[in-house]
Write a protein that binds this ligand. Structure first.
Ligand code: UDP
Length: 326
């Protein structure tokens, strides 16, 4: 089968990237994954390695010469390579900032040089601790002090957005930005702090579920397959160029309630305990209390609504962990 288009996915061996590979191949496209396997995993893409339209390049986005070669060969770029997870960012702030700022600068510059379409994955972190509910794309950012490492993530991603939008304004680079809210689903690991894989692993192994803080913080979870559907469609939507989109779920839930739901759905006898933030992230940590997206722009541009409920997601993640023998 000849490929329709060839897409480069930076960070394509990660959790979200590997689902995007699946979607792009299913639509008959060629896919080049570039990943340094720092947080990405070869297991995530192993089933594609023999596919005739798939290529894996083990390299960092800091290797400009190699990145250039593959940007040139592609029709479009999904730039997913980034620091992953609050736990990781708090532990390795220098690497996180460099990846987000320097890496993205290289990729955007090359996309601009070869005039390639590019989709940049940003984050709901950029809204920071703003208490406005829900967050809209045009809202102000409210970030904490610079001695709190968490905020470096939001700040570095915000710089990526500024740079991308500046290229769009100055050179008409075809770039689209998505701000991903809590994205979950099979293949996500708990190692970098993400709550759903952690709760599911804890429930299935009979350990206590660790709710950080008072458990009243609110999140909206979205299935990774919904996310990749959106970003694939945005890449093909000319009107979306130069625009920013919230991509997130529609069912706000407190983290304590989420823990209860995981216990119910697994049939686990685990207890739920509350752990102070300082014990996990150190003294200088601030959490985001309520993070809920306004997704009306996505509805307007793509008529898109998520197709999975939170219970669908939890059931699938539980099944995935069981299959993998947790
Ligand atoms: N969280 C928790 N227990 C855990 C891991 C995370 O209570 O074992 C909380 C975390 O403090 C946050 C929410 O769950 O309030 C979502 O955390 P995650 O790291 O998944 O994403 P975030 O929204 O912080 O980017």
């Amino acid at each position: 089968m000849s490929s329709r288009e060839t897409f480069l996915i930076t960070g394509g061996a990660g959790f979200i990237g590997s689902h995007l590979v699946e979607r792009l191949l299913a639509a008959g496209n060629g896919v080049i994954v570039m990943d340094d396997l720092s947080t990405g995993r070869i297991e995530n893409i192993r089933s594609f390695l023999d596919h005739s339209s798939f290529e894996f390049i083990h390299c960092s986005i800091f290797e400009r010469g190699t990145v250039e070669e593959y940007v040139r060969r592609s029709d479009g770029i999904f730039h997913l390579a980034a620091a992953v997870g609050v736990k990781n960012i708090v532990r390795h702030p220098v690497r996180s900032i460099e990846t987000n700022i320097y890496g993205t600068q290289i990729v955007l510059n090359l996309a601009n040089k070869y005039r390639k379409r590019i989709l940049l994955t940003s984050t709901s972190e950029v809204y920071g601790k703003s208490e406005k509910v829900p967050f809209r794309e045009g809202d102000d950012m409210l970030l904490g002090a610079t001695h709190k490492p968490r905020w470096s993530y939001a700040c570095s991603k915000a710089m990526d957005e500024f740079l991308a939008l500046s290229f769009y304004r100055e050179t008409a680079l075809p770039v689209c930005i998505v701000r991903l809210f809590n994205t979950v689903g099979p293949r996500q690991v708990g190692e970098y702090g993400m709550v759903i894989p952690r709760f599911v692993e804890q429930a299935l192994s009979g350990q206590s579920l660790t709710v950080y803080g008072d458990g009243n913080q609110v999140r909206c979870f979205i299935h990774v397959r919904d996310v990749v559907e959106v970003i694939y469609r945005l890449m093909q939507t000319k009107r979306a160029q130069g625009e920013i989109f919230n991509v997130g779920g529609r069912e706000p839930i407190t983290i304590y309630e989420l823990a209860r739901r995981v216990v119910d759905l697994t049939g686990s006898s685990s207890s739920i305990i509350k752990v102070p933030y300082e014990q996990v992230y150190g003294e200088d940590f601030e959490d985001i209390r309520v993070r809920v997206p306004d997704t009306s722009k996505l509805v307007e541009f793509l008529s898109f609504r998520p197709s999975y409920t939170l219970d669908d997601i939890l059931r699938e993640v539980i099944e995935d962990f069981r299959r993998r023998g947790q």
